[in-house]
Design a protein around this ligand. Sequence first.
Ligand code: AMP
Length: 172
Amino acid sequence: MPESLRAAIRDVVDFPQPGIVFKDITPILADGKLFGKSISLLCDTLGGAKIDKVVGIDARGFIFASAVADRLGVGFVPVRKKGKLPWKTRQTPYALEYGEAVVEIHEDALQPGEVVLLVDDLLATGGTAAAAVKLIEELGANLIGISFLIELAFLGGRAKLAPHPVHAILTY
Ligand code: AMP
């Protein structure tokens, strides 16, 4: 069944800039069965472990992470791009596969010791997820794992996330 997800992903060459092959996941979102399956597979990466919150990364990560949180019956916490969160935040800068940015989390979004799963759509260089990991750890939460729908393994991003367990449903 992960292969039906793979078959639905659309490669868009030279988006958003030359040299990038963008993995378009919108055909998965548009198909109720495939979307539901992607959420089931992301939930399965926990192996039955109990968690308190799912953290998702702006913006496609929100789609998967919030659905995972709802499926598990736990809360959802957004890591957002700079300037979007209204309350007091912690920030960290990071480098993207294309460009640079800053991500933020509300400073009261996670309590010390809460068990957290981090979810994003795609692992490329790992810079974005590593920034989210830093914010989660600064708030004192216990990061149990990081789950992606897609891993671009040839970019080696997984190494930036050690020693945290990294799971990917589809690897390229
Ligand atoms: P990175 O920080 O390099 O791991 O980049 C990961 C973030 O950028 C993810 O949140 C993805 O949504 C997005 N991203 C990076 N490269 C791609 C790609 N080739 N296709 C789709 N999304 C990408």
